[in-house]
Design a protein around this ligand. Structure first.
Ligand SMILES: [Zn+2]
Length: 252
């Protein structure tokens, strides 16, 4: 199939996809957190190296920090005490650097939690889990944590990037529950707290793969929803806050 046919054939689906995403509804935190001890907020890669500095940092991804910080605070106010932060903390010779430029090496500022989350008054309650791949549960402490906390059945997943680490994390939590025949497990992704980077075809350096942020954000949200992850527009706490990622602000 040539490119023009591919684009033409995909148009009805892409039109549907744009409408689907636009129709996502906000959820109320109070409806999700009925028993705070059963809820965990799991944040992936909300660290300086993807938000503030370094070769993989992106202003577009940085814009998810404010809604995530508000959600952390609202969840804590609602009694949630499980905050798990899985974070790229790479070996200096990481095998992953065959796929991506060197980033978030352990001991560097890039591998640290963004100050907007590290500065929250309950930051000492965070469980920080270093990782050395885009998967939060491979050779990390996440599986041990899940085994030690079987009462936690609702997971609110936030972070970056939608199609990479966030997708792997949300799908892992969803599929783990499916494989174990665990009914009642919820994996919820608020769209305003996840995003991915944009590298236009015209701007991609020689040898680098371009990356359409809007398209991939949409497609991977769809794939999560297709598999039973609850994708919502936002999760609103008691304080009504307007999302900072409204229409017309998608591109810097
Ligand atoms: Zn990495």
């Amino acid at each position: 199939m040539d490119a023009q046919s591919f684009i033409q054939n995909s148009t009805p689906f892409l039109t549907w996809l744009a409408d689907w995403k636009a129709s996502l509804k906000p959820a109320r935190l109070g409806e999700i957190v009925t028993d705070p001890g059963r809820v965990a907020v799991v944040s992936v890669d909300v660290i300086n190296g993807f938000c503030h500095e370094g070769p993989l940092a992106s202003p577009r991804v940085g814009r998810i920090i404010a809604p995530i910080a508000r959600l952390f605070q609202a969840a804590h106010d609602a009694g949630v005490r499980h905050f798990i932060l899985t974070q790229d903390t790479h070996d200096p010779e990481a095998v992953e650097f065959n796929q991506w430029p060197a980033h978030c090496i352990r001991g560097t500022a890039e591998s640290q939690t963004v100050p907007e989350l590290a500065g929250l008054p309950f930051a000492d309650e965070y469980v920080i889990l270093p990782k050395n791949s885009i998967h939060s549960a491979l050779s990390t402490g996440l599986e041990d944590w899940l085994v030690e906390h079987p009462q936690v059945t609702t997971f609110i997943v936030v972070g970056d990037c939608t199609d990479l680490c966030t997708y792997q994390l949300a799908m892992h939590l969803r599929l783990r529950a499916n494989a174990r025949q665990q009914r009642g497990v919820r994996v919820i992704v608020p769209e305003d707290c996840v995003d991915t980077y944009d590298l236009p075809v015209a701007a991609a350096p020689a040898g680098a793969m371009p990356h359409d942020g809007d398209l991939l954000h949409h497609v991977f949200l769809y794939s999560m929803a297709l598999n039973g992850v609850e994708v919502v527009r936002s999760i609103e706490g008691n304080t009504i806050t307007k999302s900072t990622k409204g229409k017309g602000e998608e591109k810097p």
